[in-house]
Design a protein around this ligand. Structure first.
Ligand SMILES: *[C@@H]1O[C@H](CO)[C@@H](O)[C@H](O)[C@H]1NC(C)=O
Length: 332
């Protein structure tokens, strides 16, 4: 690990600890916020991975290796995990060895020794959900940071991480053989109402040029799970009303880009962290631009006026690129 990497890592660690202390001290009605650091040239680059923790199996290790290579090339600042961090049933406790076998021992490249920002997926809710949120994991591996809903604030991008699993009604009403750990969440409706209120408030308050919302579940998807109707009904209107640029998710084990036909929102799925190749395909009314049914991950390189998004497969080959630009408002 280089000196710079260590320095940033430590600083991020300190910021995280301070934020957590603040969170414990104040029980405020606002989403928790972390202040991210930017490069001196005003750019930000990061990788997005989803649906991954399988002890290296199903090509998880190959994806990890290529993330290390691309991470080095792009000199990334952090990694985002879109959830389903540990299969099949999350972690069983803070001492569950799967944390080491599926995370610490897999993403070993130097370039990946950065802060990871993770949300929870539905599989994470099937274990001891509080374990993944516990500061004990950060003592085991200080890259780890998983919260339910939170903000990462930087000058060029505001990230809004949203806990999407509680939205999905069938997990509550028809869990089948799966057990969901709803501690600190139930009852659903109250939780969702508060979350949406806090999110709407935060989306209006933070004014970086780019707004990115990250959740586990799909908004729009042509793959196995398809759209998540609760998110279309309850979350999407708030994103549209607040000029969100990108919604990034996992859940479907594939890579995809779909453009909203009635708003500027771009939907990106990065859920190819391990098991993939589901073979399902159902188009929807929005504009599908790219769909790859296999493993891989995504990179974003951003400045205040541009964003470049690339999908990679397990050999690190770029499969698809998408660029966006934005005019900065002119202040008189
Ligand atoms: C691993 O990746 C290769 C190349 O994409 C693919 O052919 C193979 O089916 C994958 N293996 C598994 C278990 O998914």
């Amino acid at each position: 690990m280089g000196g710079l990497g260590l320095g940033l890592g430590f600083l991020q660690y300190v910021i995280v600890v301070l934020v957590l202390m603040r969170v414990f001290l104040l029980s405020c009605g606002e989403l928790q916020r972390i202040d991210g650091k930017m490069n001196n040239d005003g750019s930000l680059s990061f990788l997005v991975l989803g649906d991954w923790g399988r002890n290296g199996d199903y090509n998880q290790s190959q994806v990890a290796y290529q993330m290390g290579r691309i991470g080095e090339e792009l000199d990334i600042d952090f990694v985002i995990s879109t959830g389903d961090n540990f299969y099949e049933n999350g972690l069983q406790g803070v001492d569950d060895k799967q944390f080491q076998y599926s995370f610490t021992d897999i993403y070993t490249a130097k370039s990946l020794q950065k802060q990871w920002f993770s949300v929870l997926g539905n599989h994470d809710y099937r274990g001891d959900v509080l374990a993944q949120l516990s500061p004990v994991l950060r003592e085991l591996d200080n890259r780890w940071l998983c919260m339910r809903s939170f903000i990462v604030n930087s000058e060029i991008v505001n990230f809004f991480f949203v806990d999407t699993t509680p939205f999905v009604k069938k997990y509550w009403t028809k869990p089948g053989d799966d057990h969901y750990d709803w501690r600190e969440v139930a009852p659903r409706d109250e939780y969702i109402e508060n979350l949406l209120k806090e999110l709407d408030f935060a989306l209006k308050k933070y004014m970086a040029p780019w707004k990115i919302v990250v959740g586990h579940h799909t908004m729009r998807s042509v793959s196995q799970h398809g759209d998540t109707v609760e998110l279309l009904d309850e979350l999407l209107p708030i994103l549209k009303a607040n000029n969100v640029d990108l919604y990034i998710n996992g859940h479907d084990h594939c890579l995809e880009h779909i453009s909203s036909i009635d708003s500027p929102i771009q939907y990106f799925t990065s859920g190819g962290g391990s098991k993939a190749w589901r073979g399902d395909y159902t188009p929807n009314a929005d504009k599908q631009r790219f769909f790859y049914d296999g493993q891989g991950f995504m990179s974003l390189q951003m400045t205040s006026t541009s964003a470049k998004i690339v999908f990679y497969d397990i050999s690190g080959t770029s499969l698809y690129e998408w660029s966006m630009s934005k005019q900065l408002p002119i202040f008189m």
